[in-house]
Every structure is written in structure tokens, then in C-alpha cells.
Design a binder for this molecule. Structure first.
Ligand SMILES: [Zn+2]
Length: 442
């Protein structure tokens, strides 16, 4: 009885491994990018040689509102829709850069607020920006620091000029303005940087939401002005010097600045915010100020209505979402880029997303379970370790528990996005079994 069950599991696993490989092949651009990067490496400049553009966006296929595309940045080509793992302090917690590459992460996110406080912008700039400092050759996006400062609550004071805040590390006082947030992000040197915005709290009255949205629009204009005046000060402008391709007169690509739409949970204010941000003009647009405590239905409603007002030929970035089901759902609505701490943070707490539902690995039921965490997952953790071992590592508070759990969750998210892109390219909406993913595993 036991034997035949194990056999069935092996057969099932080998089938799923094969089908995952096929899916990876369908999303071959990830692999092609990987090979390309390896071939040019290790000593070559990470700046893409043949396509020296600051940013370009091509839509390859679409079905309904969803689309697949390629986002060309100075350091990498990114297949969209894409999920960006969060590397708050120049580190995706628990996972080294070579593993992130193997998982197929094409772009990661850094947090300006944290890096500004530690190790400081000047240090990162001196090390060649974030790419040089953390030895990451693919694309990076930084946020403006606005959302983190907003999260400090009692530690901040907002005026037209900017935000005064206290460090969560040592209580020291600091000031961010649209100009200084741009200066910091230019020093960090990410491929894509974000305008400085005010994230409105939830719930909020309409007058406050309007005032906040209007200030965000004024801050967007100030952000763009400072960026345009200083964008050539990027720390990787010397990456080509000393190499064969550093020839005189070659145009060095710059970073790209995205605008952010705010307006709280008010559809009219969101529309006005989108129009005003588009009028200022950016190569990409983000929807900010969501996932701040509002019900999920409302998030979806605001995302859907805001997307209608954003240009179809520019990348659209939904900030700070979501669960595995949500990243599928928002891709279907036409979102091209997403980021969230959920897969990494949940992993560190022993919460793992699987094709059979959410697993809390600390549960006693897994203590002697020889099965892989997710029999349908092709990641290096599920291919090698049992639930019993993962449960033991977690119960023993081993560092390896956080590492392996994070690798699986990120792999689950990145594989999900590969499948989404594959489905869209075939002209079908990607629903899969995503309705079960965040429910506890039966
Ligand atoms: Zn796995």
C-alpha cells in the first residue's frame, strides 16, 4: 500500500517536472537572458551592449486586458508581466544573488529609505551603485522612500516642502523632499526609479484624499524636474570605461523615472491623478497607495478603474501586491509589474504557498511526512527535501529553514508568472487553480 502510494507520487512528480520544464521552455526568454548574461560575464560590463536604451517597452501578445511584453532596461530585458522580489537592504532576505539568478528573477526591488539610513547613499554610489555594491547584473527598481516614511506614523511630519522623519534605527531626524529622494535614487543607480509621493492612509475623508493627491501631483513635477537635470550623474556611467566597448561618444543609458497615481479609494480622484501624472509625462506609471488596510474587493475595483486611465503602450506597475491569486488576477487586468514582501516574509514565518494550498510547516502533521513540500513544484527545495526535514529545520530555528522556505516561495511566485505569461501568449486567461493557493492545505 505504502509502496504503491510512493510510486504514484514519483510518477506524478516526474510528470510535473516534465511539464514545468516545458513551461520554462515556453518562457525561454528568461533562460535566454540567463545564458546571455553568463556568456557576457563575468568581467564584462553588465550594461547591455547591443541595446543601449534607457527604457523601452514592447507588447508581444494580449488577450482580453492582459498582455505580455518585454521591458528593456539598461541592465536586463524583463519579460512582463513580472513579479519583482523585494530586496529591502540590497538583499532578498535569505537568498544569495546566484540563487536568485537560477530562480529566474529578472528584476528586484530595493528600498531607498532603508539604504539611505544604512549603509548610506554615498557608500553605495562609491561601490558603483546597487548593481556594483550587491553584485547584481540584472535590473533593479527602487521605490522613492515615500511609502516607508508614510509607514512611520508618529515619526513623521509632512509639509509642502517634504517629509521630516525619524530613523527607526536610532531615532535621528531626517528630511526627504522630491529633490532629495531623486538625488538618493540617482546615487543608488537602479534602472527604474520612482517619483516621491504621499501615500494616503485608509480610511480617509475626501478632502484629505484630494489634498494628498494634489500634493503628490506637485511632487511628481518636482521629481521629474530634478531627475531631468541630474539623470546623467548615474553611478554606472563609468561601467564601460576600461573595457573594449567603452568607446568615445557612446551614449550611456540613464535611469528611468516612473510616476505614481494616488487618490485613495476614490475612483474620480484616481482618474484625475492619472490624468495629471500623464500630463507631466513619464515612461511608465505606477498605482500606489493600495494594500493599506482596505478590503480586497476595493483594491481590485480601484486597480481596474485606474488602469482604464493609463496609457496602453507604457508599463503599468501595481505597487505592493499581493497573494499568488492576486498576482494572477492583476496580470489578467493588464498590470505589467508587481512587487510584494509576502512570499519572502511569509516564508520566514514558515508559511509556504503550494499548488495544494498554504502550508504551515510548523504543524505536527508534517513531522514524519516524507513527501516534498509541493509535489507539483520543480524548485530545488521540493526536488530534494521532505516536509519532515523542513518542519524539523523550522522547529529547530535553523537559519537554513528561512533560506529553503524563501527559495520555495519565490520559486512558486516566479513560476506562477511564467505560467501567466505562457497562458496570455496562448490567448487564454490564466486562472489555474489559484483559488486554492492561499487557503490552508486540506
Ligand atoms: Zn518548491
Amino acid at each position: 500500500m505504502e509502496g504503491s502510494r510512493a510510486h504514484r507520487r514519483r510518477v506524478r512528480r516526474s510528470f510535473h517536472t516534465r511539464s514545468l520544464t516545458r513551461l520554462n521552455c515556453a518562457g525561454y526568454r528568461d533562460d535566454a537572458l540567463h545564458r546571455e548574461t553568463r556568456r557576457r560575464s563575468p568581467n564584462a560590463s553588465p550594461l547591455l551592449q547591443s541595446q543601449r536604451v534607457s527604457l523601452s517597452f514592447h507588447i508581444d501578445s494580449s488577450t482580453g486586458k492582459a498582455r505580455t511584453g518585454r521591458l528593456l532596461t539598461p541592465h536586463a530585458e524583463v519579460s512582463t508581466p513580472v513579479f519583482m522580489p523585494v530586496g529591502t537592504v540590497a538583499s532578498v532576505k535569505g537568498v544569495s544573488q546566484d540563487i536568485l539568478e537560477d530562480l529566474g528573477a529578472q528584476i528586484i526591488l530595493g528600498n531607498t529609505y532603508h539604504l539611505y539610513l544604512r549603509p548610506g547613499i554615498a557608500t553605495v554610489r562609491r561601490m558603483g551603485g546597487l548593481h556594483g555594491f550587491m553584485s547584481w547584473r540584472r535590473a533593479i527598481l527602487t521605490d522613492s522612500g515615500g511609502f516607508q516614511v508614510f509607514s512611520l506614523n508618529e515619526l513623521r511630519k509632512v509639509t509642502e516642502e517634504g517629509v521630516t522623519f525619524r530613523s527607526h534605527l536610532d531615532g535621528s531626524s531626517h528630511f526627504f523632499s522630491p529633490e532629495s529622494a531623486m538625488e538618493a535614487q540617482i546615487g543608488l543607480g537602479a534602472d527604474i526609479i520612482m517619483a516621491f509621493d504621499e501615500c494616503t492612509e485608509f480610511p480617509v475623508d475626501r478632502a484629505r484624499a484630494r489634498a494628498s493627491m494634489e500634493m503628490t501631483a506637485r511632487w511628481a513635477a518636482r521629481s521629474k524636474k530634478y531627475f531631468e537635470d541630474h539623470k546623467h550623474e548615474v553611478p554606472w556611467k563609468n561601467e564601460d570605461e576600461g573595457t573594449s566597448r567603452g568607446h568615445v561618444g557612446a551614449a550611456v543609458p540613464t535611469q528611468s523615472l516612473f510616476g505614481i497615481v494616488q487618490g485613495g479609494m476614490d475612483r474620480e480622484l484616481r482618474k484625475e491623478s492619472a490624468e495629471r501624472t500623464i500630463e507631466i509625462g513619464f515612461p511608465g506609471y505606477a498605482i500606489g497607495g493600495l494594500s493599506v488596510g482596505e478590503p480586497r474587493e476595493l483594491t481590485r475595483e480601484i486597480v481596474e478603474s485606474t488602469l482604464e486611465h493609463l496609457p496602453k503602450d507604457k508599463p503599468r506597475y501595481l505597487m505592493g501586491v499581493g497573494t499568488p491569486e492576486e498576482i494572477v488576477e492583476y496580470s489578467n487586468l493588464g498590470v505589467d509589474m508587481m512587487d510584494c514582501v509576502l512570499p519572502t516574509r511569509a516564508a520566514r514565518h514558515g508559511l509556504l504557498f503550494t499548488s495544494e494550498g498554504k502550508v504551515s510547516i510548523k504543524q505536527a502533521r508534517y513531522a514524519q511526512d516524507p513527501a516534498p513540500l509541493d509535489p507539483n513544484c520543480g524548485c530545488r527545495v521540493c526536488q530534494r527535501y521532505s516536509r519532515a526535514y523542513l518542519r524539523h529545520l523550522y522547529a529547530s530555528n535553523e537559519v537554513l529553514a528561512q533560506v529553503l522556505n524563501t527559495i520555495h516561495n519565490l520559486s512558486f511566485y516566479l513560476d506562477t508568472m511564467r505560467r501567466v505569461r505562457h497562458s496570455i501568449s496562448l490567448g487564454v486567461e490564466s486562472r489555474f487553480l489559484s483559488s486554492v493557493w492561499s487557503r490552508p492545505r486540506p
